[in-house]
Design a protein around this ligand. Sequence first.
Ligand SMILES: Nc1ncnc2c1ncn2[C@@H]1O[C@H](COP(=O)(O)OP(=O)(O)OP(=O)(O)O)[C@@H](O)[C@H]1O
Ligand SMILES: [Mg+2]
Length: 174
Amino acid sequence: MQHNEKADSPQLYSWEASSEKDTIGFAEALAKLAVPGTVLAVDGDLGAGKTRFAQAFAAAIGVRGIVNSPTYTIIKEYEGEHLPFYHMDVYRLTLPEADELGLDEYFHSEGVTLVEWASLIEPILPQERMSIQIVTTGPDSRRIICQPMGQPYESWCRQLEMLEKVDEGEKPTV
Ligand SMILES: Nc1ncnc2c1ncn2[C@@H]1O[C@H](COP(=O)(O)OP(=O)(O)OP(=O)(O)O)[C@@H](O)[C@H]1O
Ligand SMILES: [Mg+2]
């Protein structure tokens, strides 16, 4: 993981996922930290893995059954074990349409909201959120770049960074 230390620029935390399994592991680690009102603003090119990430996150918070891409439905609501899960894909929405849908109610709810293509509706996203960019770096490899915006997201990133260090420390040296 690399951590941008510059005080005047946003703090970015990046993870290298060398396989789909790594992406799933990262989503699971993040899911352990989820609390009511969590907002995950996910971006990345077509096929980067936004939906795959959402599926792994949903499974980890106890959503049973299939989590499909909500590209056509825009919003899908699920029940997790302890928290509701709201999965959005705003790719087909204009900003006024998104505004009219009242997405704000989800952002300020007791559930976890994950938005695919979140940057398209940036002006109506809550100020406090975790911005997650998935970058395709190879057929099965991805770079996951998180920008925590406010708490608790800042501390989550630091915790995840520590987890990664523990993992690395446990790796056998060859
Ligand atoms: N490291 C990885 N992380 C996530 N997905 C991966 C990885 N490696 C391969 N994949 C594959 O990439 C594809 C990602 O598709 P997915 O539908 O999640 O993308 P998306 O970003 O949601 O696309 P869209 O913009 O169309 O919604 C899946 O087929 C998945 O199996
Ligand atoms: Mg998708």
